[in-house]
Write a protein that binds this ligand. Structure first.
Ligand code: NI
Length: 141
């Protein structure tokens, strides 16, 4: 985008053109199940989050969702996909993509640190579901 475009956000505003230390970012989060955006790529957001215990069953009708484990061990229960195992087990350095519309329930074994990759505006507890675990969207760290 030309520099003369006044509506163009500064690259730095979206976490771009800089080194992002995921470990440092996620360590600065207080509380669990509170995703924080660290950068955007087109309409997608990269979010770090600390997890502990079981999440709720939910699905996202309009988007796939990527989980990349940074630290710890995350299990994700999967419902209704005959070709998939009913549970994924992810350790640090491993990732999985949950397809849109598929019911899933993340479960953290101890404390787990995760990078989520999904479009801007996705509600963490899924479509039409509001629980005590529903997090405010678009909070940056
Ligand atoms: Ni989800």
């Amino acid at each position: 985008m030309p520099l003369s475009n006044p509506s163009a956000p500064a690259p730095d505003d979206r976490g771009q053109c800089k080194t992002i230390d995921l470990g440092r970012k996620v360590a600065a989060i207080e509380g669990f199940w509170q995703p924080r955006v660290v950068a955007e790529m087109n309409d997608y957001q990269f979010k770090v989050v600390k997890l502990e215990g079981d999440f709720v069953w939910h699905a996202h009708a309009d988007t796939d969702e990527t989980f990349l484990v940074l630290d710890g061990e995350l299990e994700i229960d999967i419902r209704g996909v005959p070709s998939a195992a009913p549970m994924l087990s992810l350790r640090a350095g491993q990732m999985a993509v949950v397809p849109k519309g598929v019911e899933h329930r993340p479960r953290a074994l101890g404390e787990v640190k995760v990078l989520l990759i999904e479009p801007r505006g996705v509600v963490n507890t899924g479509d039409g579901v509001r629980t005590e675990r529903t997090a405010q969207n678009d909070r940056w760290i």
